[in-house]
Design a protein around this ligand. Structure first.
Ligand code: SF4
Length: 336
């Protein structure tokens, strides 16, 4: 069991997200890194697996290897490495692009991955503008191939200012085609630096719309930790997910090696008084927040801790419809 003594989190798994290569069959407009990276040879990769296995055995946690890229299938020893992961009894997942059916069958023959995540960037026109002609159709054709083979098929969207209004419609389109639709906010690094993020007010409104849409479409998943600010204010259970209870980086989730830094971290510092959800967090009474404040740690927005009148009047846990709770909450934000 791994335990985070600061936040009190415990986990029985350890995840290595492994960017095996930057080589890719696509050239998306927001790609974070297309540099010509030298890949590790198979013998070196097997030593990494040995290290992960020893680390996990020592801590009594289950190893989980997520193979990514670039397109991980472009790693020269991809199938050899994949077989080694499976034969060592590790959980294996793929973050990649659609591949031909024969390659998928080859994977399944070795051992089906727990999930195979692909990406979309919006509805067909916008998606193909970012990912290339025909990419949308290929993705939609690939999802049933995964599910027919018993592989979970989540879809990830990189949220930008230009596709934010398409995320809920994509979720609707994929309601019965994908196992989960989630998004990450664009990190403005690499070629992604040329794309824009929504402004913070627009994004706050989108989060509320998304939460309402999710009530009738459970395919939409929570990943962005900013949702937890609204959920906390509404007295709702906080979500897990990648960054839900605090990023797993430096806890049970290292990402190696290509990106060189965590691209999930915000690229800008938000000024106080400009963003209701972030300001709410700054004033919130969560244990983490209280601890940080009590210990005199610097705050994210520079707003000193103070009990929050909105938080004090929030709905009791689990009562009332989310729609009316959110409506009340957003009205309070606007009036504040
Ligand atoms: S974003 Fe992903 S799929 Fe697109 S070019 Fe970069 S590595 Fe390839």
């Amino acid at each position: 069991m791994l335990e985070d003594q600061t936040l009190g989190r415990r986990t029985s798994s350890f995840v290595l997200q492994w960017h095996l290569t930057h080589a890719c069959d696509m050239h998306c407009k927001h790609c974070y890194d297309r540099s010509n990276l030298r890949v590790i040879r198979l013998d070196g990769a097997l030593r990494i697996l040995d290290d992960v296995a020893a680390f996990c055995a020592d801590r009594e946690v289950r190893p989980s290897i997520t193979l990514s890229g670039g397109n991980p299938f472009f790693y020269p020893w991809f199938f050899d490495l994949y077989r080694e992961v499976v034969e060592r009894g590790m959980r294996v997942c793929i973050l990649g692009n659609p591949v031909p059916e024969e390659q998928l069958d080859r994977l399944v023959e070795i051992g089906a991955p727990t999930y195979y995540q692909i990406s979309l960037e919006g509805l067909e026109e916008h998606n193909d503008c970012i990912r290339g002609d025909g990419a949308f159709r290929r993705a939609l054709d690939f999802l049933p191939m995964l599910r027919e083979r018993g592989i979970r098929a989540p879809v990830m969207i990189t949220l930008t200012r230009d596709n934010m209004d398409q995320i809920i419609p994509v979720g609707e389109l994929l309601r019965d085609r994908a196992d989960r639709v989630t998004f990450n906010r664009l990190s403005q690094v690499g070629e992604g630096a040329a794309l824009a993020l929504p402004d913070i007010e627009e994004y706050g409104r989108f989060m509320v719309d998304y939460m309402v849409a999710r009530e009738s479409n459970p395919t939409l998943g929570y990943k962005d930790n900013l949702f937890n600010i609204i959920r906390y204010e509404l007295g709702m259970k906080l979500t897990g997910g990648c960054t839900g209870h605090g990023c797993g980086a430096a806890f049970n989730f290292p990402c190696a090696p290509a990106e060189r830094r965590c691209t999930r971290l915000p690229q800008v510092s938000l000024p106080p008084g400009k963003h209701p959800p972030v300001d709410a967090w700054a004033r919130s009474t969560t244990p983490t927040r209280q601890r940080a404040t009590a210990e005199g740690a610097p705050t994210a927005t520079g707003v000193p801790y103070a009990p929050n009148a909105v938080a004090a009047s929030r709905s009791p846990r689990g009562t009332g419809s989310i729609r009316s709770s959110i409506a009340i909450r957003t009205a309070s934000c606007r009036e504040a």
